[in-house]
Write a protein that binds this ligand. Structure first.
Ligand code: 8NA
Ligand code: MG
Ligand code: MG
Length: 343
């Protein structure tokens, strides 16, 4: 039903913002089983009757997502020089958003060279290997939404968007995986959604991707297919330990150790309440669970929230909690503009 699509655009972008803002205070932490109660109180308070408090700041994840939104709204596509210039403007106006050091180096070079060759600095980073960080995946929601009704364009647009800062197949494939999950969910209703269907779909897509030799001039490694198998194994367990999760999926800013983790959090949380995570709301379960895994909490929660919001739409996100997030009004109006641009 086409009336639902704009609500899903909002849901997905709000989920991404919310995960970033609520996860950021815990970034780098190692949480224990008992911290689940603390997190529940934290969310209860944010969701409860409005109280005055300092806004929860967003980080690099949202800062760059806004640049991608602006690029798509203005150009109806990815213009790499435009995007590079937006990333540079954003970073040098507001550098204290927790950017990764590789990305800072790339943005510094892009600024020095006025982005004449917008792909070069990314190719030169990390001794010519390119960054394998999750920075390409953390900002990809707008591209997935823009392509919701043009799947044939999705992969190319994700690649173009990623290569401006992340010239590494692990990073690019992570961004593709995240975008495919979001796009799949925008086009499904919660009642018909099945974990195994999404996993089967992604497994098939990733297989093709990881078998494509040097398609983008990047050396591919077959790692995401294995991660999807690990997700299946973990979902069969009722309450896998954090150690088990970390051994299989991880929680670091490397794309392979965070994109599949975010997908797993969404899949674990979407159906029903489970041990220690008892909210009746799927978005809350997704975010609370993602944050309890520690590590790169803002980014894992943001990516998981984006998938969840794409499936359920904005109605699963309380206005109260969004009012605590820096940048909400701006994201709200850009969500509408992105929908118009996608038509
Ligand atoms: P990036 O490109 O700097 O990559 C992130 C990190 O991964 C780098 O700082 C390196 O430590 C490592 N790395 C990436 N590629 C390579 C390589 N080829 N060889 C060796 N090491 C490598 O930044 P990004 O934009 O990908 O990062 C995004 C993440 O950074 C997000 O999670 C964001 O929120 C932020 N961040 C995360 C943490 C954290 O989890 N503890 C802390 C601060 C900032
Ligand atoms: Mg961040
Ligand atoms: Mg992060």
């Amino acid at each position: 039903d086409s009336k639902k699509i704009p609500l899903k655009f909002k849901g997905s972008l709000y989920g991404a913002l919310l995960g970033d803002c609520t996860g950021a205070p815990y970034e780098g932490d190692k949480l224990q089983e008992g911290d689940k109660t603390t997190l529940k109180r934290y969310f209860d308070k944010l969701e409860g009757p409005m109280f005055k408090s300092p806004k929860k700041s967003y980080t690099d994840d949202t800062a760059q997502t806004k640049c991608v939104l602006k690029c798509l709204i203005t150009n109806k596509g990815i213009e790499q020089k435009f995007l590079a210039t937006e990333f540079v403007k954003e970073y040098f106006t507001d550098p204290n958003r927790g950017y990764g050091r590789g990305t800072v180096a790339v943005l510094t070079k892009l600024r020095q060279t006025k982005a004449v060759d917008p792909l070069r600095p990314a190719q030169e980073s990390f001794g010519g290997n390119g960054s394998h960080g999750n920075g390409a995946a953390m900002r990809i929601t707008p591209v997935a939404l823009f392509c919701y009704n043009k799947s044939e364009k999705l992969k190319d647009m994700v690649v173009q968007c990623s290569l401006v800062t992340h010239a590494n197949a692990l990073s690019v494939n992570g961004a593709i995986l995240q975008a495919l999950a979001v796009q799949y969910c925008v086009n499904r209703e919660p009642e018909e959604f099945k974990n195994d269907d999404l996993l089967d779909y992604l497994t098939e897509e990733i297989k093709q991707l990881e078998e494509a030799v040097d398609e983008f001039g990047l050396k591919s490694e077959k790692v995401y297919g294995k991660k999807l198998d690990d997700i299946r194994t973990l979902l069969k367990k009722e309450n896998p330990s954090i150690d088990d999760l970390m051994n299989k999926l991880g929680n670091s800013p490397a794309a392979v150790n965070s994109v599949p983790t975010a997908l797993y959090c969404f899949l674990r949380a979407h159906g029903q309440p489970f041990k220690g995570i008892d909210s009746s709301n799927p978005m809350r379960r997704t975010l609370e669970y993602a944050i309890t895994l520690g590590g790169d909490t803002d980014t894992i929660a943001s990516m998981a929230g984006s998938i969840c919001g794409a499936l359920y739409g904005e109605e699963v996100i309380s206005e109260n909690i969004l009012a605590h997030c820096e940048g909400f009004e701006e994201i709200k109006s850009m969500a509408g503009e992105l929908y118009n641009a996608s038509q």
